[in-house]
Design a protein around this ligand. Structure first.
Ligand SMILES: NC(=O)c1ccc[n+]([C@@H]2O[C@H](COP(=O)([O-])OP(=O)(O)OC[C@H]3O[C@@H](n4cnc5c(N)ncnc54)[C@H](O)[C@@H]3O)[C@@H](O)[C@H]2O)c1
Length: 386
């Protein structure tokens, strides 16, 4: 508790969309201060630097860290750079906030976690919704027993191509499920491409540099302690629809519903038409939060980082939790490929889809465009749907 009240010095490494969100939140939070920015592109540095009033702008991350000695470096860059940049920053013995997903495979994630432990610093993965007001309200209601005994959690993505949706949006949804249900023991999944179970030819490089993926429609089933289960659907829709991004929690006496901007309770476990009425749960928003300055969950994430450094404990969205999320995502791909449930944590840490191709003596995945729209067009052509 010795550091309570201290203001932590933060650098932002990557100043595009997510760097702007992180920079604004660490700048707005009274317990954190943005002391420096780094990007390879000077126009992005100028825009964010002027917005936040930060004069210390760098194109070389080593120079920034050596000169400014920050306590936290945020790494909001494309996912293919998370591993390399996390390792470079950790070498300086600095705490990191890396965007989600933590890395593209478990070998990388294990190395990041081990290096952070060796250096005595914390890793946090930017799954900000878990510490946002609506997930806190849902989690509190479960812990207070307001829906009786927890039975099942159901979560849906936004309708991106399944494997990409899993790495991009499923990473947040699984992190919410972990908050509600605790660590996952076992996963099973089906992955369909063009209506058929995936074959090795359906293993592809992900859009947006998120590693290797497969499956247009993924449905996963997760098992937890106490007979609790969860289902996660990452199904491709004709048009991506953020309204589908939701979590429903089923208890023996009621149900809860989570959206990024609200939380509701139904004080009945079953459908009873005459009493079907969802009630909003109160949201606990900090007094210092100003919606014109940052997003609520990013602000909460910054405050949680200060609190966890004060108390020398892990962030609620720690790298260890982020790695477990990745274990579940890799378990989903493994189960879909091999047609078997996967106990967690898995012993094999290499990417299960690449292992599958290797064991089948199948060629490596073909190159694909990085941008999602171009990627989808190439995929639709590959499966004869263009
Ligand atoms: N948490 C969320 O809600 C959320 C939402 C969307 C995206 N994301 C995640 O954010 C990440 C992408 O964020 P983005 O779209 O802002 O990233 P981006 O890759 O478009 O931009 C990253 C910036 O970092 C800079 N950069 C890269 N390497 C650098 C280096 N070595 N030194 C200095 N600068 C460097 C680039 O020039 C670029 O401007 C992905 O991991 C994605 O999954 C998270």
């Amino acid at each position: 508790m010795g550091n309570s009240g201290k203001t932590y010095r933060v650098c932002i490494l990557g100043c595009r969309g997510r760097g702007t969100a992180a920079g604004r939140a660490y700048h707005a939070h009274p317990r954190t201060e943005v002391v420096g920015l780094c990007d390879l592109k000077s126009d992005l540095l100028a825009t964010l630097g002027d917005d936040l009033g930060v004069a210390a702008r760098y194109t070389d991350l080593d120079q920034m860290i050596s000169e400014l000695r920050p306590e936290i470096v945020a790494i909001p860059t494309g996912t293919e750079f998370h591993y390399e940049l996390s390792m470079r920053v950790l070498e300086y013995g600095v705490n990191i906030d890396v965007e989600k997903p933590i890395c593209v495979d478990l070998v990388q994630a294990d190395t990041v976690i081990k290096t952070a432990a060796h250096k005595g610093v914390r890793t946090a993965v930017h799954h900000q919704g878990r510490v946002g007001a609506s997930m806190k309200a849902v989690s509190r209601a479960v812990k207070e027993g307001r829906i009786g005994r927890l039975r099942h959690v159901s979560a849906s993505g936004k309708g991106y191509y399944g494997g990409y949706g899993l790495m991009n949006i499923g990473t947040h949804l699984i992190n919410y499920i972990l908050e509600i249900a605790g660590p996952c023991n076992r996963v099973s999944a089906s992955a369909l491409t063009n209506g058929k179970p995936i074959g090795p030819e359906d293993v592809l490089p992900s859009p947006s540099g998120m590693g290797t993926i497969a499956g247009e429609h993924i449905t996963a089933y997760l098992e937890f302690e106490g007979n609790v289960t969860a289902s996660l659907s990452q199904h491709r829709f004709p048009v991506v629809d953020s309204a589908a991004y939701a979590v429903e929690v089923f208890g023996t006496e009621g149900r809860l519903f989570w959206k990024s901007d609200g939380a509701w309770i139904l004080p009945s476990p079953h459908f009873v038409p005459e009493m079907e009425q969802w009630e909003p749960l109160p949201l606990d928003i900090p007094d210092q939060f100003d919606p014109s300055k940052s997003a609520e969950a990013d602000f909460a994430f910054a405050g949680e980082f200060a609190a966890c450094l004060d108390d020398a404990r892990e962030h609620t969205c720690s790298g260890i939790e982020g790695r477990h999320v990745l274990e579940i995502m890799m378990g989903i791909f493994e189960s879909a490929a091999y047609g078997m449930p996967v106990p967690l944590p898995q012993i094999r840490r290499d990417h299960p889809l690449l292992r599958w191709l290797d064991e089948l003596n199948h060629d490596s995945p073909p190159p694909m465009p990085r941008g999602y729209v171009e990627w989808l067009a190439a995929e639709d052509e590959r499966i004869g749907r263009a």
